[in-house]
Design a protein around this ligand. Structure first.
Ligand SMILES: Nc1nc2c(ncn2[C@@H]2O[C@H](COP(=O)(O)OP(=O)(O)OP(=O)(O)O)[C@@H](O)[C@H]2O)c(=O)[nH]1
Length: 346
């Protein structure tokens, strides 16, 4: 007989807002908790899974978790639309391993609506084993301050819009509202990239979307105490129904506006590739780019992370012996033309 249900924390938030970074922080500070992880990506390449797996290997040695065997990736789609086909079978597998799991962490894709996922926890097979401890919504402070999710684009400061080369439309605003409508905790991320005035503006925007009992916390690189993120004890599946959401009457969540493109670019000169990428994200409606670069003559692989116009890169680890040394990048955006992108980066 199992007395206690396993608490599940659902981490949601727009593309590139900092969900994986938050998960990494939790896994690195797991204090012996056995954490199972489900990651879902809109794109075809399982990059987050790879990052978290590397993290788990590093972390296991110094107080982190050893959940390498308990990482489930649902790539190529959006979990909220494939609850039955994708999410449910994984949950059944996890239920069978319930004695090995203390906590379940779920990272949704950046385009997901969290509500259908929370509702799935009412299905008896899941409800017997798991409960939703809380929904954590990560809000990208610089993108929000720059007006990416503004209801009224005209109201967004014109200079900021030009600086950030941001796109504004109703669908991004709706997604922002929907992801916040499910929140039990809001993490305002990347606070190192904005000043206090912008941060206060972002918090006011968030406050307008969430009830007063929902806590807002600020984070840099996901560095939050475990006790803030986990153990909320909300049983969120019981309360989600009453919450306002734009999709309440329209659970058909349409991703047709967004494309995901996976490019294989062989070995690369990193300076040239990064320069070309900077041009590409300016000239195309790219919301997110990420992937690994095989640098000619280097044993380490270069990790590239782009959010809007901002592109970060660093060497994360050596290529493994059995890995194909090639550059693979996934682009998420709108009206993406594979040929044009490939040509621009060739
Ligand atoms: N400067 C700064 N960068 C951050 C912070 N948090 C995350 N980032 C960077 O933002 C980029 C996106 O972060 P991720 O954690 O991968 O975002 P995500 O929400 O998991 O992205 P998707 O899964 O693609 O939706 C990465 O380059 C991170 O290193 C932060 O607090 N400060």
């Amino acid at each position: 007989m199992h007395a206690k249900k396993i608490p599940a924390t659902i981490v949601t938030g727009f593309l590139g807002s900092g969900k994986t970074t938050l998960l990494r922080h939790i896994l690195s500070n797991a204090q012996g908790l056995r954490i199972a992880v489900i990651v879902n990506e809109f794109g075809e390449l399982g990059i987050d899974g790879d990052i978290l797996r590397s993290c788990a290997l590093e972390c296991a040695e110094d107080g982190g978790t050893e959940q390498v065997g308990q990482l489930y990736e649902l790539a190529n789609g959006c979990m909220c639309c494939t609850v039955q086909e994708e999410f449910f079978p994984v949950m059944k597998q996890l239920a069978e391993r319930r004695d090995d799991i203390d906590v379940l962490l779920i990272e949704t894709s950046g385009l997901a609506l969290p509500k259908p996922l929370v509702q799935a926890f009412r299905w008896p097979e899941i409800a017997n084993v798991f409960t939703v401890d809380g929904v954590v919504t990560v809000v990208d402070a610089p993108a929000t301050a720059a007006g990416q999710f503004a209801a009224d684009p005209v109201a967004v400061d014109a200079q900021r819009r030009a600086d950030d080369n941001l796109d504004h439309d109703a669908s991004l605003h709706e997604l922002f509202e929907d992801q916040l409508s499910a929140a039990d905790l809001v993490v305002v991320s990347k606070v190192d990239l904005v000043d206090e005035a912008a941060l206060a503006e972002v918090e006011a925007l968030v406050r307008a979307e969430v009830p007063p009992e929902v806590k807002l916390v600020r984070a840099e690189r996901g560095a939050l105490p475990l006790s803030v993120v986990l153990g909320q004890g909300k049983a969120a599946e019981d309360s989600i129904e009453g919450r306002h959401s734009h999709h309440d009457h329209d659970e058909d969540h349409d991703h047709d506006d967004f494309d995901s493109l996976d490019l294989d670019l062989g070995e690369q000169d990193p300076q040239r590739l990064l320069a070309a990428l900077a041009e590409v994200v300016k000239a195309h409606d790219v919301l997110r780019v990420k992937g690994f670069v095989a640098v000619r003559g280097k044993p380490m692989r270069l990790l590239v992370q782009g959010v809007g116009k901002r592109i970060d890169h660093y060497f994360d680890r050596a290529w493994a012996k059995d890995e194909a040394r090639t550059t693979r990048l996934v682009f998420i955006g709108r009206d993406l033309d594979a040929q044009r992108l490939q040509h621009a980066l060739a």
